[in-house]
Every structure is written in C-alpha cells, then in structure tokens.
Ligand binder design. Sequence first.
Ligand code: PMP
Length: 365
Amino acid sequence: MSRFLNRQYESLEPYTPGEQPKTEGLIKLNTNENPYGPSPKVLEVLNQTEISKLMLYPDPEVSVLVQAIADYYQLETEQVMVGNGSDEILAFSFMAFQNENRDIYFPEPSYGFYKVYGDIFRAKCHPIPLKEDLSIDTKKYKNLQGTIIIANPGAPTGIALNLADIEDILKSNGSNLVIIDEAYIDFGAKSCVPFLQKYDNLLVVQTFSKSRSLAGARVGFAMGSRELISDLNRIKFSFNPYNLNRLSILAAAEAIKDDAYFQKTREAIIRTRQEIAEQMRALGFTVLPSSANFIFAKSDRLSGKEYFDGLRKRKILVRHFEKDPVSDFVRITIGKEDDMKELLNITRELLEAKDSKDLLERTEV
Ligand code: PMP
C-alpha cells in the first residue's frame, strides 16, 4: 500500500477471481466459461479488415450492438446499455444508484462483487442469509429500505427463482431499485425482461460471457426503463465513453444474431448438466437443482477442500468457497462431455482412495 492511497480504500477487500491457469493441460471447470467456442459467425467477422481499423476509436454509443440486443429482446434501444462485461455494468449501477444514504440488500453467499462494489461506493451492505436448502429466502426481500440485487439463477448455487417471487419483490419495493443479475439465465431459468413493461424499478443485467461464449471479449448489458439507462449512460460518459473495443462490439453483435448456434450450444450444456448431476448423485453427492452452466455439489465422503485439492492434483480445476454454509460444496462448470467423463473417473478414484484410507485407519485402531 503506498502512502498515496485514498484512505477510503485501505480496508477494501478486492474480489478474488477464479484461477486462470498459465499452464496447458488442465481441465478448466472453475469460472463458468462456455466450453464451446464462439459462434463461427464471430470468427468470420473478426477479420483482417476489422483489425486494420484498430487505430480508430470505437463507437461510443455502441449502436450496432445496442440495436442487436434491443431487437433480440424487443425493447427500445433507449432501454439497453452495454458494458465491459456485466461487472462493469454492475459497477456503473452502484456508482449511479448507491451512496452512504442508500443501503443495499443481497443474498449471502452470492456473487462476491456485490459486497465489493457496495464497499467502494459506501453503501451499507445487508447480506441476507440463504435458507437451509441454500435457496433464496424471497420473503425477506419485501418492503426493504434500499436497493436489492439478486442473481437469478443464484450464484454459486445455480438455483432459479420463480418469476412470481421476483414480481412480489418488485411490487413490494416500488420505491427501491431491484437489480436482477441474469448472468446464467439462458441455461434454464425464465428471464424477468417482460416485467420491464410493468415495473420501472427493475434493472436486468446480462452477459455475453456464458451462453454466448465470449468471456474473453468482456461484454455485458443492462436493460431497464429509459430513465435508468440514461442514468447509467450518464455515468459511462463521465467515466469511460469508449468502454467497449471495436472487435468485441462486432463479436457480440454477431453472437446474438446467431440464434441457431446459441440454441445448439446451450442445449448441449443443459443435457450434459443433467447427465453429470445424475451420475454425481449416484456417487452419493448432493447436487443442488441447477438452472445454470455449473453444478454446486457436495460429497457425503469428501470435504469440499479435499475434493477440490484432489481434483486439482489430477489437473481438474473447479471452484471452492472457503466459507459457511457452502464450504462443503464445490462449484463445477459444465464442460464438454469428455471433460465431464474425466471428472467422474477421477471423482470415483478419489472416493475409492478415501474409502481405503478410512478402512486402513479403522484397522490400525
Ligand atoms: N454476475 C454473476 C452472478 C457472475 O457469476 C459473473 C461472472 N463471474 C458476473 C456477473 C460477471 O460476468 P462478466 O463480467 O463476465 O459479464
């Protein structure tokens, strides 16, 4: 820490991203990336001609992409804004709507950035514990005094909310902003975008990082009333007007237009998720009902840390959160079928090794 750091940030605990390994040969199931590459149309559009235009600034209005998203969701272009990943959209939202006089409520555990942004923008954070089954206790979000932010499907659980429960939250918080983070929405949950017609206190945030296979391009977007989007643009144009690079704009616009590829890849992921969940349950795992591109699972025989370490040693990377009530779980991104087969084989080996060790210890006693 230098002596120049703004005092306000001395105690800031930054978000810890999942490991991005520098070595080859690992099966990477830790950061919920899509195992299928971007749409072939994306590969076509990122050509030499476009690369040769990189000396020019990108369009600060990001018109091509905003239009493509508005068309996809049948919204006005004034209801859409794009950011450098949905992380930037969330940051702009906190910057626009939060301060020391406006509290923020979110499930705990949830996406780690909510608390980090709350801290940066000095909003008092109210983490609301999950229920015992790790689902969100929607009753606790009625008539609150501050902004609400909820990931649907939930992070890191993958559990989806009912739209009726979201609508109750929107209705009972008419004077609060409700942000629904739909990063994983395309893998089985229902989007609350249609509620935008009825509720002007709703902001929906989505990303191209998961179902559109563009995590490396860094593209996220917000959808809301014209007023909310105009507020977000006020922040963007005061902070970083060229927030999306030329190539990412083109890539994302092609990705959202290629519906056939989107459907094919997301269906493959959903299918693989169902298969792996079943097989893990057969091995004695508790697997939460997931509507995301990952599963959240715990073994009856290995601790979360033991399972994570065992997989890591055998070159499979998953995510483990060292905090209660989820420390027994690991989060496993849905990869291609072969990767999941390898995960299962190694899981069986780890369980067998654990059983032999237990047996040895019992005989020694
Ligand atoms: N929200 C949730 C719930 C997430 O899990 C993630 C991915 N880590 C994000 C937002 C941010 O995604 P991105 O910035 O890649 O759009």
